[in-house]
Write a protein that binds this ligand. Sequence first.
Ligand SMILES: Cc1cc2nc3c(=O)[nH]c(=O)nc-3n(C[C@H](O)[C@H](O)[C@H](O)COP(=O)(O)OP(=O)(O)OC[C@H]3O[C@@H](n4cnc5c(N)ncnc54)[C@H](O)[C@@H]3O)c2cc1C
Length: 344
Amino acid sequence: MEQTEVLIIGAGPVGIEVAWHLQQARIEVLHVDAGSIGHTIERFFPPSTRFFSSPERLAIAGIDIPLSTQEKLTGEAYLAYLRSVVATRNLPIRTFCRVVSAERVDGGGYRVGMSEPSGRCWQVEAKRVILASGGTDRPRRLGIPGEDLPHVHTSLGDPHRFFQRRVLVVGGRNSAIESALRCWRVHADVAISYRGQDIHERVKYWLRPEVVSLVDEGRIKAFMPTQVRKILPDQVVLEHLDSGDTINLPVDDVLLQIGYEQDGTLFQLFGISTEGEQASPVHNPDTLETNLPGVYVAGTATAGTQRRFAAYIETSHDHGPRIAAALTGAPPPPVAEARVLPEA
Ligand SMILES: Cc1cc2nc3c(=O)[nH]c(=O)nc-3n(C[C@H](O)[C@H](O)[C@H](O)COP(=O)(O)OP(=O)(O)OC[C@H]3O[C@@H](n4cnc5c(N)ncnc54)[C@H](O)[C@@H]3O)c2cc1C
């Protein structure tokens, strides 16, 4: 069986940055991801979707992000940057290795089992483990009848597919509003259902005025405050939350854009305790060590299912130095000031 000093689970931006800090501290690392590097961005960013964060705040591992324009980065551009960081910094990552089991071994450390798409399974024994496994593992669901019908989507994908179709976008924050606008631009007949009284006031300043004026002009229909109660093959049933009235809205497609949630399976496999409404893993903010000795969390994994992003890339740049310090016995760096990101 393979053995390593540290196993890092997850090669999103934060896992990669943590790996670089451990490399700087000359700590032996075995690094795996269930998908490719940046798997979350690859899965959930629709084509040509831009980050909310400014590029300089997304830079990791001491490598600047080259820009040909002053615009924010697309998901594709950031994935290209991550590939370049991993190659330049020589950070070996075993992609498509999913952690499927974990047990404590006598004398300390953990035996961790991997599964690959080919069916190959293998184990590694690690003295310490870092879970940089993310916090946006699956789209949130409404839990209503009809949600599994094939015309119900949780990802925008290429908006082209919605050309001349009646699309109901469910949600009223950034992703929902961006999707509504992009669908409208490909000549879809767009409606929005949101349980708030109005488009959320924190929607990005480059999206909100445009959608508000399109709603005012009647080009996009907005049903607020409403809740989707049922989805049928050719219509959705909305409840108006003020009047209690029912609205039957004919649709061809339903696009759910109501955020993401964390899959706590890894925490359960290791036996890490979680706390609060967000089910965030219990950990020491100075060292990021969880209630399990030698098991650390980093990045969005630290925060459970977030209602508004408080843990994301730019608030996690201190996680690598913090864990490296804990592993080498150095004093922890000061805690970074928190800044909350507009909700995706
Ligand atoms: C539309 C959209 C816009 C966003 N905009 C921003 C933004 O502007 N700024 C920002 O900072 N963030 C933004 N985010 C959130 C962003 O995706 C995260 O901040 C970022 O990816 C978090 O990095 P991470 O390394 O903590 O986790 P992730 O990138 O989620 O990486 C976790 C990795 O762990 C792997 N993993 C999970 N379970 C296992 C397992 N069992 N075995 C092996 N590997 C596993 C996953 O495959 C994944 O690659 C946005 C998200 C979305 C969907």
